[in-house]
Design a protein around this ligand. Sequence first.
Ligand code: UGA
Length: 439
Amino acid sequence: MKIVVAGTGYVGLVTGVCLAKVGHNVVCIDINEEKIYKMKNGISPIYEPGLEEIMVEMHEKGNLNFTTDYKNSYKNADVIFIGVGTPEKADGSANLEYIYKVVDQIIESAEKSCLVVIKSTVPIGTNKEIELYINEKIAEKGIKIEVASNPEFLAQGTAVNDTLHAKRIVVGVESEDAKNILREIYEPFNIPIVITNRESAEMIKYASNDFLALKISFMNEIANLCEIIGANIEDVAKGMSYDDRIGKKFLKAGVGYGGSCFPKDTKALHWLAENNGHELKTIKATIEVNENQKYKLLKKSRRKFKSFKNLNVAFLGLTFKPGTDDLREAPSIPNMRVLLDEGANIKAYDPVGVENFKKIFKGEKNLKYVQTPEEALEDADVAFVFTEWKQITGVELKKYKELMKKAIIFDGRNCYKLEEAISANVEYHSIGRNTIFME
Ligand code: UGA
């Protein structure tokens, strides 16, 4: 079977690499020549643990190729996976421009019937719409192209493992043929397959992401209340987690969810519902809570410092979560903006996010990047923790005490135990827990 994957971002490249890994023959397409050049030379264009190694191995084995030549690749393809981005538009709806760009290229190039599989997260009804659009345009070619939905559930930082050992594969199809092709492709993975119609498959993706986002916002709200009434959110989460109807995961309070998925998928589903005259009250609340939560640390610190002007800030963690270089919707960005606008002097540390961060904050003379968390802490008046990288959580609180002018810490990811803060004698503000003051 000749499989082509369009797009070499987190979804597309991981899909291509993992399909090759289980024995398929895969060609990955991207319009960006530099990316293709890099991949041919063994360099992954994205940071994702384990990805580059398998990519190189499969390329050398001949299972995996890369090209910008979409014409030749789509011409005889049996199956074309689309894994390009669907960012959010200003009104919160999903931007399908990149998907349609690929679709138009398929229309232009396909010379035989094939199956187009949409992996990108798309609004409910899109698969059907795309199939109608394609077949209207290729009517004279005498071929038929079917579209199937196959949403992706990988998380960044664990993408390869999430794909090779997924909990389920969701397939939305309208024909036996499409069902059989996708069954054959996924058979070597040995993972349960949920087969449904396309609309349900599209909805499973949104409902799953939005439910997880809701869980986080719920915990953040409870954390905010814990602070007022003197409860400890970590203990509360632990106590809740023994109930397997609730589960152990996604109960961590913090400075809100970021990334390329939850923020856009909550807004897109909310927009879609509104557009159909229906209000999703829980999703609306999820979004609102997250917006406020992003600024939680700065709000707390304003009670401590009258002004950020000339304050020496250790800014620890830039990416939206550990294990990725992705900064999309990272809470660090709006917070950095406020601190810089208000005249703070910042030393920022992140193990992999700096290069991408520099592209967003160009020419800021008060923003310096450092190689270690310790360098950031040296002579700082205050430390903010935005990402729980292990390089950051591995720094003991007594080091903060040793290095900072005065150890005042605002931890947005609850990286430390309160007992450690007490014994290190630091001022420690975290999320949903009592504040520890110095003696
Ligand atoms: C998310 C989903 O977890 C994947 O299943 C999904 O496939 C993916 O979106 C997608 O649609 O492509 P991802 O955005 O990579 O994956 O990252 P997550 O690990 O889900 O984290 C998202 C955000 O939630 C991060 O900012 C993280 O810090 C935050 N989070 C997560 C919390 O604040 N608390 C938690 O308990 C868990």
